[in-house]
Design a protein around this ligand. Sequence first.
Ligand code: FDA
Ligand code: COI
Ligand code: MN
Length: 488
Amino acid sequence: MHGQTGIEPRTLQTQTDDCWLAAATKSKIPDRFAQAVVDIVGSENVSTTDAVREQHGHDESYHTTSPPDIVAFAESTEHVSQVAKLCNDHEVPLIPFGSGTGLEGGINALKGGLCLDLSKMKKILSVHPEDFDCTVEAGVTRVTLNNYLRDTGLTFPIDPGADASVCGMCATSASGTNAVRYGTMRENVLNMEVVLPDGRVIHTAGKGRRTKKTSAGYNLTNLFVGSEGTLGIITQATLRLHGIPEATISAVCSFNTIQEAVDSTVQILQMGIPIARIEFLDEVSVDACNRYSKLDMKVAPSLFFEFTGSPDTLDKQAEVVKDIASMNGASEFKWASKPEERNQLWKARHDILYACMALNPGSKPYSTDVCVPISNLPEVITRSKEAIQKAGVIGPIVGHVGDGNFHVFFPTDRSNPEEVKKISDVSVYMAQIAMELDGTCTGEHGIGMGKRGLLQQEIGDEGMEVMKQLKSTFDPKGIMNPGKVFPE
Ligand SMILES: Cc1cc2c(cc1C)N(C[C@H](O)[C@H](O)[C@H](O)COP(=O)(O)OP(=O)(O)OC[C@H]1O[C@@H](n3cnc4c(N)ncnc43)[C@H](O)[C@@H]1O)c1[nH]c(=O)[nH]c(=O)c1N2
Ligand SMILES: CC(C)CC(=O)C(=O)O
Ligand SMILES: [Mn+2]
């Protein structure tokens, strides 16, 4: 389901047995290797056409496409294991592909090689409603999973705006507007089946284990969450599920300053109000949203809220939030209690990337993603805004404010190198301010190819050295997604 984001699914272009080898000669992959891949996954699951390679050579970010030499579609863990072993034996780069919605160029095949598309592995293997968990194959997307779960009264709440694959979400440690209530992928993955580059299959918490807690040894699960395809291929994930709340209300209000909006957020969290979502939009984003999603919000720094719970406690909580916001200077408090009003509000929030792109027609998105301890949020946002203004570029700001995480969506004209340079300088500057203020260069989108230098600064030389040692333990030949995460 890519309709939500307007992103086209990457489909396999059918090739006959006769033509695939001819096409293979256009890529750098030797025919013998390509034939061995066909022997494992079947000719219907292999492509070397330019169109399929191009489709698999980029994600939703601004990074230039780098196509792999060959694309294989896996249908089982056995396929993945055999393809990995083949790549390892021949030292061919191997890039796992979920649904291609990443924002840091994670799937771009910088060194060519084989892209392993997992979208055909889409079985929901088990759901245990009484234990609040489920196990799914790599290609199941979050929307498919939630549609499947609907009748159980359970939900998997992690919601990056795109309909990403669940194991792609594990690989990038994704989160979204619900993290303030439910945490990120790190808190919601209980176990994973992972294929190592040499073809071995491991279960990060032990085969079949699905407990909410464990003290058993090293936390391999959280080593693979956020590993961005550089350590192994995640073929299954066991996830924590949550009950669908009985009642939900959303609201929006505006402030005079960013500080007022952040102060309100901190006070709401300090009161222990179990808020489900609290999202910040600056005046530029509100204006973009009004134009694109036909809303009529006051053009000012704003907060979007969502409260969930039982109907009798919900109203009280919402009133406390309104009082806190009003004491901090909020105005224009508007409730959205009907499902269609709520959906309109949150759809506008999830469509904000497209709303911001519409500010500069023909542009491509360049998004940033920094995260700081919440008390440092006003400073980092204010300094970022100054830098955006000084550079003379359009830079709407949106934040998962309850987590101290925010993005600037720069609608970028990629044919204008001066503009790209200005935006990239502001983006690096923002990450540097965030790090100066005890924060990180990425709260949820990952390092990919875009933030490798920043990771080095964030973690330091010794920390990076340990990461490299871990990488070579799992992937001694360096075939897994080369050119990502680690600076060269
Ligand atoms: C409009 C819009 C809005 C958002 C976002 C995107 C877009 C287009 N995102 C980013 C994106 O959805 C997120 O990074 C997903 O987790 C990527 O999942 P894919 O399945 O698309 O992985 P994709 O195929 O893009 O791969 C991403 C990385 O993971 C690796 N990988 C994928 N599957 C793997 C597997 N099975 N095993 C090992 N490695 C694997 C790849 O090699 C690559 O390095 C986001 N994100 C977010 O955190 N919060 C948000 O709010 C949003 N919002
Ligand atoms: C920066 C975006 C494109 C996506 C995102 O993370 C969001 O909308 O919160
Ligand atoms: Mn986000």
